[in-house]
Design a protein around this ligand. Structure first.
Ligand code: CA
Ligand code: CA
Length: 308
């Protein structure tokens, strides 16, 4: 099995990044990943001010998938996510969506043990809250189109990137558009736990490794949109924009296109059904672009069970 070490990483996604290795479609690959701070914060005395910002949000890769062509879709089946035994969080004045309430710059070490993140503070003064792990991938994307230029890993977009969608975890499949030959997949920014919104601008940031299987899909004309996540019971169209309103509007446009390519219903009927069964949800509200997703239940359309 191919393993890509965490030192083989990029800090922005663009069409010119050379691949670090290549595989055939159907291959299983392990991406070893640093945390979003490039593992620079080791202790609670290491504050954000000490960071080398040039190495924020490393994404391991890119991986070239032989034969991938622009216009195709790369299906990334996420088979497993392992996280390290220690995660990190930060908070501070002006940082994130609740930054105006934060009193000082703080780094918090969050041990990971027994399938839980040990938050370490509680009202009752005991050893603290323990939260069940929900490992997820914050940054995952293909190389963007040449005309999109250089997109920092911290920014999400139609290529994926820093979507910070808490549902991108083991057992799901992420469908990403292919813009360059080979697709050039990269990923990083694992979170051991994170809630929708990511309100202080981080989850439990953690190093780790992700096992994925990569396959190529030829979408029928009109079927290709931005990133789509498949879980056991639903698809999610994920989109980003300058505001949450714009992100949600794009995710809804993508959802309508997704449904029109698979169902023969008139647009009005589809719109009404979307209004009944497709939940508009928030991925994150703190990155340079905000990210929303629309949930499309697989079995909500009568005899049609939706497939990608
Ligand atoms: Ca992130
Ligand atoms: Ca992060």
């Amino acid at each position: 099995m191919i393993r890509i070490s965490a030192d083989k990483c990029i800090y922005s996604m663009n069409s010119q990044n050379p691949p670090v290795t290549e595989v055939e479609p159907g291959a299983t690959v392990v991406f070893e990943t640093k945390d979003c701070f490039s593992n620079q914060l080791h202790a609670e005395t290491d504050l954000l001010a000490s960071l080398d910002w040039a190495t924020i949000n490393p994404a391991t890769g890119p991986l070239r998938v032989r034969g991938a062509r622009p216009g195709q879709v790369l299906a990334v089946r996420i088979e497993d996510i392992k996280v390290a035994l220690q995660g990190t969080m930060i908070a501070g004045p002006g940082i994130g969506a609740v930054g105006k309430h934060m009193t000082h710059a703080q780094t918090k070490i969050v041990p990971v043990e027994g399938g839980e993140a040990v938050f370490g503070v509680s009202d009752s003064g005991d050893s603290g809250l323990r939260l069940p792990l929900r490992p997820m991938i914050g940054v995952i994307g293909t190389a963007p189109a040449p005309e999109a230029g250089d997109i920092p890993d911290g920014t999400p977009g139609v290529h994926g990137g820093n979507m910070d969608c808490k549902l991108i975890g083991a057992g799901t499949t992420l469908y990403l558009p292919v813009f360059v030959e080979g697709a050039n997949l990269a990923m990083g920014d694992l979170h051991a736990v994170m809630a929708d919104g990511e309100v202080v601008v981080c989850g439990v940031e953690v190093a780790g490794e992700v096992t994925v299987k990569v396959e190529l899909v030829d979408p029928a004309p009109g079927r290709s949109t931005g990133p789509v996540l498949e879980t056991d019971d639903a698809f999610y169209c994920i989109a980003s924009g300058p505001s949450l309103d714009e992100a949600a509007a794009q995710a809804l446009d993508d959802t309508l296109a997704f449904l029109r390519a698979r169902l023969t219903l008139p647009a009005n009927e589809l719109g009404m059904l979307m209004s009944l069964v497709c939940d508009v949800q928030i991925c994150q509200v703190v990155d340079p672009l905000k990210t929303a997703r629309v949930r499309i239940p697989k079995t909500a359309f009568g005899r049609h069970r939706l497939e990608f």
